[in-house]
Design a protein around this ligand. Sequence first.
Ligand code: NAD
Length: 352
Amino acid sequence: MSNPLRIAVVAGNGIGPEITAATQRVLEATGLAFDWVPVLVGDEAVAEHGHPLPQLSVRQLQEIGLALKGPLIVEKLKGRVICTHADGSEHVYPSLNNALRRELQLFVNPRPLRGMGALSGKWAELDIVIMREVTEDVYAGLERMVDADRAEAIKLTTRAAVRRVARYSFEFARKNGRRRVTCAHKANVLGLTDGMFLECCREVAAEFPEIAFDDCMIDAAAYALVKTPQRFDVIVTSNQYGDILSDLGAGLVGSLGLAPGANIGEAGAMFEASHGAAPDIAGKGIANPIALILSGALLLRHAGALAEAERVEAAVRSVVIERKILTPDLGGQASTEALTAAICARIKGASA
Ligand code: NAD
């Protein structure tokens, strides 16, 4: 790669700026050149432009097409964001993260769950990817008060969106040598919405005869993830179920601090950890940067820098499996800085 790789950077809140800086440092340790473009979203954007997601930031992110994103704090009960487009139309989103994904037309949030040696206990060899649909479901923001004592939310499900996420999941399986796609749903209770989700996944599965397909009720899937997670390979599911299952899976492999993620669309992609802004440890210098660093490796892979992505992943694995330099969430006492330095040193071939 001769030209610098242009990447939009949304630093985020809480531990966001700490782990974003750590990730930039690790990606630079591969020797690739980067052109980092800071983009204002959240509090910084409110201070500068009076809106948490100004259209200027949306346009910058669209134009650059690749983004590294730290977690954003979304205040409980007041997360709603309204974006006004150039044609005057208003788009209401239930949270800033949801607004960002949907304004950028990102439709799937792949969340890999990979065991990391002894830290992952019984699940050292686990290797699953949860494919979470991120444009619909109860997170579509279609929520209202019926009267003072009753509230309702619509569980939006469309064939087009389900087919798109299902096709992405099967294509991912085909490209990455994965053998099975499992649809997690609750079609026995939600016959129309989850019923449609399952039906569309079945339809798409028929186009990929070499990939096994099965389905699992979401409650049974949660149980199986804890008891026999190795039965899964790729799990495709709707927005809310995917959100919950992926945190459960992160607990299984050892920490939310190890769980990377991506948001992929037809024309762009944004890479972020599965976890949130961890305000309880922000500013203490002890946040685990690994989930975002591994998200950075996914970004490199997406950009075609496969060798560099593998070097980052291998360095992370070797430092974590050695268990000498770990942040407190992984049972160690190291700082974000020390863990980042160890990963950079491993990438550069020196011993930390
Ligand atoms: P959280 O993921 O931020 O934290 C849950 C627990 O895990 C905390 O104890 C935290 O200290 C720990 N943790 C998380 N990431 C860690 C890391 N990298 N290293 C060490 N420990 C880590 O979840 P929460 O507390 O429910 O949410 C906090 C804020 O983050 C909320 O405002 C929420 O809306 C936001 N959030 C943002 C995103 C996102 O931007 N994608 C996702 C989830 C939550």
